[in-house]
Design a protein around this ligand. Sequence first.
Ligand SMILES: [Zn+2]
Ligand SMILES: [Zn+2]
Length: 262
Amino acid sequence: MSFRVCVLGSGSAGNSILVCSKEAKILIDAGLSTGEIVSRLAMVATRPDELCAILISHEHIDHLRSAGVLARRYKLPLYLNTATFEAAKIQLGKVPRLEIFDPDRGFQLHDLLIEPFSVPHDAADPVSFCLYMKNRKLGIATDLGRPTTLVRQMLRACHALILESNHDPEMLLSGPYPWWLKQRIRGGFGHLSNESSQSLLRDVLHEELKTVILAHLSEKNNHVALAYQTAAQALQERGDLKNLNVALSIASQHQVGAMIDV
Ligand SMILES: [Zn+2]
Ligand SMILES: [Zn+2]
């Protein structure tokens, strides 16, 4: 049996991903409200007290919002790195159990191997995660300003990939955000544009990659169709991969995604 993943919600208003294996159910980020997370978990037949851990990628509120409350209410251990904890501890409050991981060093959670890896983003020590069970691999990369060599390496050989496709550069520049925020988003420590996401996807495509979920789309600076088309172009361009058969979809801010087999 492989493991499964479900994006509970994704975007600048809040992010949370559920990963379920035979032995473990874990939440990656808890950026939606507590009520939203509990009700969205219920939609995929999961109770919060069944979770065995919450992993935190970085301290931005759209990833952290309800982490402290969930950890206290359901006695869940919180996994994060030292700098993220220091930046997050006021927002988190007292938590029952802290598990500090090293960036770039893997650790085991029941039958899942978790490999955090550093990403360029304007937070204290932001990471994304790869998760493995037996020979299956899930890659997650959101909240990164640019695809570094490390990111490209880490996202190779995934069977399922959740990848940021945050904004269309022209929509961002002509959009409603103040100039400083536009600069922040498009900078090397901001968020991945549709084009950068496409380039990264083109590099990591291989015939065993079956699922790509585009995530953390901006509601103001992107259109679902635009993000989809840009990523789909990367798939079309790799005509050299004869058996390529990727299910491409977009994670929603407002609705729970499908439960996907990795
Ligand atoms: Zn975010
Ligand atoms: Zn962020």
